[in-house]
Design a protein around this ligand. Structure first.
Ligand code: SF4
Ligand code: SF4
Length: 477
């Protein structure tokens, strides 16, 4: 125990400091999930980090306006079933890569959770980021938590209408912008703004924007972190990803207990370092008391660390009464290094495999695919000159965003003649283009009922574009 001696608070007026924080502490209690949380905003290194990580979401707003080679750099063009990511065009045929991308993010989440808990929730999640922005605005307009609560519970006055009206109006603008930004990833962003203002946008666009507007207002404005507490499925499954070496914001029970209040600005002898000021509860966006141990509601945002560090600084105690620590560390056990912990290593191995698969896929996407479907009714036709003819449906898939032409050839039987592909065939950009062709073979060249033949499509403009397909030629017994 570090508090064998009485410690003088570092504040110049420690009694005043104690009075202030205990008066404020009277307003805080642990969240039981049935009320709106008005968390106190805190400053500190974790708070600064939170702003930086949440700023990642600026890409969501700015991304659709980036151009690349004359078009939107990233465009999920659903009507034309093409995904453009800079120079890469992904068609539905390559959607297997999406499974790998999802696996990558699932494993990334699992690996990060097993190492450092719900850091995604606390620092990156859209629900956290939007709620943080909404509550920051709320504080700017309505003031600190005590004033906000008073305003909320008070009668409808002119001031209340003005403040709430302004707040909801700004929230509404952000929510509409969120909806528009989402839709802008799926259509030309500049054209979308034009169409929205001239009333020419599609009904789907207006519907999705409306849905996002209502959703953002509800989740970030009304439910806030209660959505993390009660709605998010991730909160329910995170426990299986933790182990005793997972580092989480943790209250150092051994150092903090027995907790007790400051007496005349001093920590009395024999008392733990926790002065029961409840600042850690006051700043918690989910309204929980970290001193009661790990809880489902903790989104690992580390704001309680900032709050407690500030208190420790004030009372002249070392920081870190609440800190990122594992259960093993708290129990004084040896902490295994990361590379010897099986759980993160397994997640990492799957992560590497999925990245390798994605890289392989992206580097082997190709630009052309050929499919040949044999017409089965009839299987073959015997012509008057004794030759035999088969009919085929050719499908050329052009995976680029430019039209090109291909030369189609066939081989595999002596004297084989390909009809219907004398001229170069047009392959339309980002699409399948179908043609009907015939293979005619002299009767004497047919040695069996089924003979393999090879179709080859070669680019005219770019001879490196090549696709091959093995099919079958059918003749009489
Ligand atoms: S843990 Fe820190 S912030 Fe929380 S009540 Fe104790 S001293 Fe105050
Ligand atoms: S207990 Fe601490 S880390 Fe957990 S949600 Fe509350 S403030 Fe964030």
């Amino acid at each position: 125990m570090e508090t064998d001696t009485v410690t003088q608070a570092a504040d110049s007026k420690p009694e005043k400091y104690a009075d202030d924080i205990y008066e404020e502490a009277a307003n805080w209690h642990v969240n039981t999930g049935d009320e709106k949380i008005h968390a106190k905003r805190v400053t500190g290194r974790w708070r600064r980090l939170k702003w930086i990580t949440e700023a990642v979401w600026l890409i969501f707003f700015i991304g659709p306006y980036l151009r690349w080679n004359g078009r939107q750099a990233v465009l999920f063009d659903i009507p034309n079933r093409q995904f453009h990511i800079f120079d890469i065009t992904v068609l539905p045929q390559d959607v297997w890569m999406l499974a790998l991308v999802l696996l990558f993010f699932a494993m990334l989440l699992a690996a990060v959770t097993s190492i450092a808990g719900r850091v995604y929730c606390g620092f990156f999640c859209f629900q956290t980021a939007w709620t943080d922005l909404f509550t920051w605005l709320e504080e700017k307009i309505e003031g600190p938590p005590a004033k906000r609560r008073k305003l909320e519970e008070g009668p409808w006055t002119g001031e209340k209408i003005r403040k709430l009206g302004l707040k909801w109006f700004i929230w509404l603008l952000i929510s509409i912008l969120t909806g528009i930004s989402f839709v802008a990833w799926f259509t030309d962003a500049y054209q979308l703004w034009h169409d929205l203002f001239t009333g020419q946008a599609s009904g789907v666009a207006y519907f999705v924007i409306g849905l996002f507007t209502v959703g953002t207002l509800t989740l970030a404005g009304k439910l806030r972190e209660q959505a993390c507490f009660w709605l998010c499925p991730y909160a329910r499954i995170q426990g299986v990803m933790y182990d005793k070496e997972t580092i989480l914001p943790t209250y150092d029970f051994n150092r903090g207990e027995p907790r007790g209040r400051l007496k005349k600005g001093k920590v009395p002898e024999g008392q733990g370092d926790c002065i029961d000021c409840k600042q850690c509860v006051a700043v918690c966006p989910t309204g929980i008391d970290i001193r009661m141990g790990q809880q489902e509601g903790c989104i690992t945002c580390a704001l309680c660390i900032d709050a407690c560090d500030a208190v420790m600084e004030k009372i002249g105690k070392p920081k870190g009464l609440i800190r990122y620590a594992s259960l093993d560390e708290m129990e004084g056990k040896h902490q295994l290094p990361l590379h010897r912990r099986p759980r993160p290593l397994i997640y990492l191995a799957i992560l590497i495999l999925s990245v390798a698969g994605i890289i392989y896929g992206l580097t082997h996407l190709g630009t052309i695919e050929l499919k040949v479907l044999h017409d089965r009714a009839p299987l073959f036709v015997q012509l008057s000159d004794g030759s035999v003819q088969n009919k085929y449906r050719i499908k050329i898939l052009n995976k680029t965003d430019q039209d090109f032409h291909v030369k189609l050839t066939a081989e595999g039987i002596p004297g084989l003649e390909l009809k219907g592909a004398d001229k170069p065939l047009l392959a339309r950009k980002g699409n399948d283009t179908s043609y009907t062709v015939y293979i005619k073979v002299p009767g004497e060249a047919i040695k069996s009922e089924r003979t393999p033949i090879i179709f080859k499509a070669k680019g005219i403009e770019n001879p490196e574009q090549e696709a091959v397909y093995e099919s079958m030629f059918f003749g009489p017994k």
